[in-house]
Ligand binder design. Structure first.
Ligand code: FE2
Length: 461
């Protein structure tokens, strides 16, 4: 499939969305959504060769082939085996090979050994996808309302699960390609911007400002309108003391100032665990940055590009985000501050649909001269959604009253509520239909291979 297929898939998606609003039945709506998400995964793989799809460059990374098969296993295990009468898996061993972490669904293959599996081949994995898709179609061809009640919630969960894996597929192939001295290109789109990017290396955008928020008691968590993961609830009241939040994420240019001020070798800015990690890993810049003849270059999904000073900095661990905030005389926001502030922000931005596969530069004049016509431009939160996931200082913990559901699907979120931090807002690899103001992403503090960045917060003076 060619790279333009992704565009076609997006266009088709838009057309399908508009048909949704024109009175489709519930079954048609769910089936179309299912087909659209499955097609988008395939479109993301357009341009990848089979050799690209089997590499596991570190234990956190899964081969593309595994993502293709695992998302399929999810529908086979939780929908077909349970609800399609007489369904028999063609290859029962896939249940072991493509289970990720669901203990209640049976044993599983070791995560760090996924790159050793040459069979099934990539084309066999694609055939597995097609076969499961046609079975799901069959199941949805004429379901009674009671059956639909039962399967719809799981099907929708499977669709969101696949969207999460679409993002992982992108960040994982980036890590795979980054190991290759040929610096392969995933999508050439950004190359079109490379000249502009080079020009912008010398351009700095205007400084960020802080917006003040008064102390308040606010509702936190999903409001019940549409799909949400269980970790976004129960919705509850939380006291959010007064705070200030930066108008935009920290840029590469600002982060270079931290590097040049020897930020990576001054322990006073670092958490103890972070300082240990920096020294062990010999970090001196964000992941994927390379210094050549005194100039920083950045490996992107469109190849190696000069670091653009006006783009949000990304591929940082929590430790680096926290150290930068300390150096800048600020701190990271809590997830409650972030969610409260996001209430006033539209859910729009640079998501996967823009096909940039990279954070977009901050507009050079953002927060510059305030025009008389639009004074609100002066103090507006920008890029809250898309571009980079924003690290918060909140530990990933259950909300008051949270209980994981029983059974395998209860393992989706709850069992990871330990030693991880919450990130908010989505990234350039997230689908716009996947993100919410209440969405809680989470990673361990040393992870850097996702599109993770920084937005600063401050306490009142
Ligand atoms: Fe998964």
């Amino acid at each position: 499939m060619s790279a333009t297929s992704l565009e076609t898939a997006s266009t088709t998606a838009a057309a399908e969305e508009s048909r949704f609003r024109m009175g489709q039945s519930r079954t048609e709506r769910v089936r179309d959504r299912f087909r659209q998400i499955r097609k988008f995964t395939n479109a993301l793989c357009g341009g990848l060769e089979p050799e690209d799809c089997v590499v596991q460059s570190m234990p956190d990374v899964s081969p593309t082939k595994w993502h293709l098969a695992h998302t399929t296993w999810f529908f086979e295990t939780f929908i077909l085996k349970k609800f399609l009468p007489g369904y028999r898996p063609e290859i029962p061993e896939y249940a072991y090979l493509f289970n990720s972490y669901y203990n209640a669904a049976g044993d599983m293959h070791r995560r760090d050994l996924r790159g050793l599996i040459s069979r099934p081949t990539v084309s066999e994995a694609q055939r597995y996808r097609a076969s499961i898709d046609s079975h799901v179609d069959e199941l949805l061809s004429d379901p009674d309302e009671n059956l639909l009640d039962e399967i719809e919630a799981i099907l929708v969960l499977g669709i969101h699960h696949e969207q999460q894996h679409q993002e992982l597929l992108i960040t994982d192939i980036k890590h795979v390609f980054a190991q290759n001295p040929l610096y392969p290109v995933f999508r050439a789109g950004r190359a079109r911007h490379s000249v502009r990017a080079e020009e912008r290396t010398a351009t700095e955008c205007r400084p960020y400002q802080f917006i003040d928020f008064e102390e308040t008691v606010t509702a936190i968590g999903h409001d019940g309108d549409g799909f949400a993961y269980d970790n976004e609830g129960p919705r509850h009241q939380a006291l959010v003391p007064a705070f200030s939040l930066a108008t935009r994420p920290v840029t590469n240019g600002e982060y270079i100032a931290f590097i040049e001020d020897n930020g990576y070798s001054r322990p006073e800015f670092w958490l103890s665990l972070g300082w240990m990690t920096v020294n062990e890993q010999r970090w001196n810049a964000p992941l994927y940055w390379i210094k050549r003849d005194g100039v920083w270059w950045n490996f992107t999904l469109s190849g190696l590009c000069p670091v653009d000073q006006s783009e949000p900095v990304t591929h940082l661990s929590y430790f680096e985000a926290d150290a930068y905030a300390n150096w800048a005389g600020a701190r990271l926001p809590t997830e409650f501050e972030w969610e409260r502030a996001a209430l006033s922000c539209p859910i729009e931005g640079n998501f996967v649909e823009t096909e940039l596969f990279h954070p977009a530069a901050v507009a050079p004049n953002a927060f510059g001269a305030v025009s008389a016509e639009r004074p609100e431009q002066h103090r507006q939160l920008l890029q809250m959604f898309g571009d980079v996931w924003e690290w918060t200082r909140s530990a990933y913990s259950p909300y008051p009253g949270y209980r994981a559901a029983p059974g395998a699907l209860g393992e989706y979120n709850g069992k990871f509520m330990c030693n991880q931090f919450v990130l908010r807002g989505g990234s350039c690899a997230t689908s716009s239909s996947h993100i919410r103001r209440s969405y809680r992403n989470f990673f361990q503090p040393e992870k850097r291979w996702q599109f993770t960045g920084i937005r600063l917060a401050r306490d009142p003076e």
